[in-house]
Write a protein that binds this ligand. Structure first.
Ligand code: ATP
Length: 255
């Protein structure tokens, strides 16, 4: 469903993404993890066509995001980490606007909008201006907008930010249901618990390179650690041991 082939992205003299290759099959939930500044958002922006790779190719469902942008974007849903919403629209109007962008069938639009408003308990808020929404309500609206046209690939940068526990559970359930129906999800997150609970496979990027790739079991094997949780594996694989050193130093200082 998603092919990333030898993709490089340079910002002036910084090579932020250094020739990565990834393939994500239909129906998979793929977790994209990495320390701050590793290149996750840069990669995501190239997948969804917001940034042009310096070299390499990306295709979605067989469509090249550079050369067949309309076809690729028509089967793509993107949930950014810092979304933009027109605040002077009501939630329902915002979703109607998104549906029009995707040329959705007019007969389906009202029904699908209502389905998502109901799912996220936004039915009443749906007729109020977005400017009065809380952060979590806006996030739910953004997620609804990204899923409205039934995309085949959903790309999510930090899906649970701003959601309360019920909202987070609703989104997890929604993503699982979508994958059961064959939708593919590419998700970047710093929440290792979410990645561990939800993702079929995980890729870890560090300094622009994919340094580990596979199921949790395969990552454990790669790190030669049988029983470690994802947090410990992440520290091990990224060599990020300064936190452990820091807690050791604090313990020594307080004793
Ligand atoms: P985080 O977890 O902190 O969000 P990330 O993995 O998403 O980080 P990116 O935002 O992709 O990381 O950044 C990768 C590298 O590219 C960083 O060194 C960052 O400073 C640099 N970078 C990102 N955007 C730009 C830009 N527009 N111009 C120059 N450098 C940039």
């Amino acid at each position: 469903m998603l092919h990333i082939h030898n993709v490089i992205k340079s910002y002036q003299d910084l090579e932020a993404v250094k020739g990565i290759n990834l393939e994500v099959p239909k129906g998979e939930i793929f977790g994209f993890l990495g320390p701050n500044g590793a290149g996750k958002t840069t990669t995501i922006k190239m997948i969804v066509g917001l940034l042009k790779p310096t070299s390499g190719t990306i295709s979605i469902g067989g469509f090249d995001i550079g050369r067949q942008a309309i076809e690729a974007k028509s089967i793509l849903g993107y949930i950014p980490d810092r979304p933009f919403i027109y605040e002077k629209l009501t939630g329902r109007e915002y979703l109607g606007f998104i549906a029009d962008l995707y040329n959705m069938n007019a007969a389906d639009i009202a029904e699908r909008i209502q389905k998502y408003l109901d799912f996220f308990d936004l039915t009443e808020a749906g007729d109020k201006l977005v400017e009065g929404y809380s952060h979590g309500m806006k996030q739910k609206l953004i997620i609804s907008g990204a899923l409205l046209h039934d995309p085949q690939l959903v790309v999510v940068d930090e899906p649970m930010v701003g959601l309360d526990p019920k909202g987070a559970r609703q989104v997890k359930q929604l993503f699982r249901d979508l994958c059961q129906k064959g939708t593919t999800i590419f998700m970047s997150t710093h929440s290792l618990g979410i990645a561990e609970a939800m993702c079929d496979r995980i890729g870890i990027i560090q300094k622009g390179e994919v340094i580990a790739l596979g199921t949790l079991k395969e990552l454990r094997k790669q790190a030669d650690r049988d029983h470690e949780n994802l947090e410990d594996l992440f520290m091990e694989l990224t060599g990020d041991t300064h936190l452990e050193q820091l807690s050791g130093m604090m313990a020594a200082a307080s004793s």
